[in-house]
Design a protein around this ligand. Structure first.
Ligand code: NAG
Ligand code: NAG
Ligand code: NAG
Ligand code: NAG
Ligand code: NAG
Length: 469
């Protein structure tokens, strides 16, 4: 009996350890909004609530329209089937509890509707807490669903997202919003700066606003929000990898357990699915990847390493290059990973894109210390993230500050004027039609009628223009 009891206790203890070791991150603040919808929608076990529900957040509803997409294919997820459309400057305000980095995702899909043509009418700017994050953004350049992701440092107890139509005749829209407090260790404050003049230490990284440009699972498959510890998307590297000599590189896949360690990367920094795949070079000139970026910004480059390819410790050394400049010499992956194989580690670099070029090239290759072992692995990479950093105006999209932007787009138009205008048009049209009917019934000939039409239409256009605010 006692034996059985002890077994049960041991089993329960085992279950407890199992569950606590796989405990997922639970953010202090986690806002998921299904914009323009009156109901919530669940995607990948995540509940996006209606943005009209107003619990602990609010948006300015004046001048906003809830839009329902029409003629959408059945496989479009629920959060993209509705949008909130703003005819004037508007904001979402979220109360947040922590000082620190917030992950912000904006979801856009220019759905078709007979009410408003988002494909033609949308063009807007977006600001977040004093940072410009999008300018002149429009539905035109969106052929599909787009998620733009930002990392924003928050001092005050609020995240404020402003949507600003670029002109009186334009709209802003958004389909879904995520505002999530990031784990404390997600963005370290220090990184290595890399330039032609060598490397240096750079402080104060955590407080910069960043936009995620690339998040790559090197040598692996796409990782979807469902499978990521922070609901991110990681894409394969095939489109960026430069296969100079394909025979000397391989994709590696590891089926064992990834050994997360204090001092290394945490599971939130990168999930198992990223660390258990890699590209490895064997007796090679190294591996190289190219990423198109926009000029005028610094970029943070996070490289994820996990030695899943070596049979033993202390054999793998390599150099890291960014834009051809030596960023890390003789990187000793065994030392960095605390002499544990399959233990993840990451390094942050900050670079300026080389002047005149809009490509960032990341390479790993053999170092002077490389002593090729029997498998010949002499360089590897598991994952890569590239984040654009805000410029001196605090902007991630153009040389413009939030003040300049909000000032240049005065909040003039409001929906009541818009509606009044539409009402005026309707009344005008009905008078016009009645007048036409009257003329026809009065027995005027058809030639006279068509001349009237020519006279009336340009006039109506002028009146319309004169009234437009
Ligand atoms: C909207 O309609 C246009 C024209 O029919 C089409 O090209 C476009 O793909 C549609 N957009 C969406 C989001 O369904
Ligand atoms: C938006 O585009 C217009 C015209 O294309 C340009 O004049 C304006 O400077 C742009 N605004 C911003 C904030 O980039
Ligand atoms: C999650 O990952 C597993 C294992 O890698 C894969 O089989 C599955 O398809 C993934 N699910 C989604 C929704 O991406
Ligand atoms: C490797 O060794 C050579 C010769 O000693 C030296 O010139 C070079 O700077 C070293 N480092 C690298 C990264 O090649
Ligand atoms: C980013 O913006 C902040 C102000 O919000 C500014 O202090 C900082 O210098 C900017 N970063 C860069 C790299 O210019």
């Amino acid at each position: 009996m006692a034996m059985a009891m002890a077994r049960i206790i041991a089993f329960l203890l085992f279950l407890f350890i199992l569950s606590s070791s796989s405990l997922s991150f639970s953010p202090a603040d986690d806002y998921l909004l299904n914009c323009g919808s009156h109901v919530y929608s669940t995607i990948d076990n995540r509940r996006f609530v209606s943005d009209a529900s107003k619990s602990n957040f609010f948006f300015t509803s004046e001048g906003s329209v809830a839009l329902q997409g029409e003629h959408l294919s059945p496989n479009v997820p629920q959060i993209y089937r509705t949008a909130r459309v703003f005819a004037q400057q508007a904001k979402y305000e979220f109360n947040v509890h922590e000082k620190g980095t917030y992950m912000l995702r904006l979801h856009f899909y220019p759905i078709n509707s007979s009410k408003i043509d988002l494909n033609q009418g949308a063009q807007f700017h977006v600001t977040v807490n004093g940072h410009v994050v999008l300018t002149n953004f429009s539905g035109d350049d969106l052929s599909s669903r787009v998620v733009r992701e930002f990392l924003i440092w928050v001092d005050v107890g609020k995240v404020v997202i402003r949507f600003v139509p670029s002109k009186d005749s334009k709209f802003a829209f958004v389909n879904a919003i995520e505002v999530i407090s990031a784990p404390k260790d997600l963005i370290a404050d220090v990184a290595t700066s890399v330039s032609r003049d060598g490397t240096g230490k750079l402080n104060g990284l955590a407080k910069q606003a960043m936009e995620v440009m690339y998040r790559i699972n090197v040598g692996g498959r796409k990782v979807t929000p469902f499978n990521d510890t922070l609901w991110r998307t990681w894409i394969p590297d095939d489109d960026f990898f430069k296969a100079a000599d394909a025979s000397s590189s391989d994709k590696a896949y590891f089926t064992g357990r990834i050994k997360y360690r204090p001092g290394g990367a945490s599971r939130e920094v990168g999930p198992d699915n990223v660390y258990n795949t890699a590209r490895v070079a064997r007796r090679s000139n190294g591996l190289s990847w190219d990423f198109p970026v926009s000029t005028g910004y610094k970029y943070m480059i996070r490289m994820h390493f996990c030695d899943i390819a070596s049979r033993s410790l202390g054999l793998l050394y390599f150099n890291v290059y960014i834009n051809g400049n030596l960023a890390y010499e003789d990187f000793d992956i065994s030392y960095s990973a605390g002499y544990v194989l399959a233990s993840p580690y990451y390094i942050d670099f900050v670079v300026d894109p080389p002047s005149g070029s809009s490509i960032i090239t990341v390479s790993v290759g053999p170092s002077n210390k490389t002593s090729v072992d029997e498998h010949g692995v002499d360089a590897m990479l598991n994952g890569l993230e590239i984040m654009k950093m805000n410029n001196s105006m605090g902007s991630l999209d153009g040389f413009v500050s939030t003040d300049m932007l909000l000032r240049s787009c005065p909040n003039r138009r409001n929906l009541s004027i818009f509606i009044a205008l539409m009402a005026f048009m309707c009344i005008f049209m009905s008078f016009y039609i009645v007048a036409q009917r009257k003329k026809v019934s009065d027995g005027f000939g058809w030639t006279k009628l068509s001349m009237d039409v020519h006279e009336v239409i340009p006039k109506s256009g002028n009146q319309f223009a004169a009234i437009k605010p």
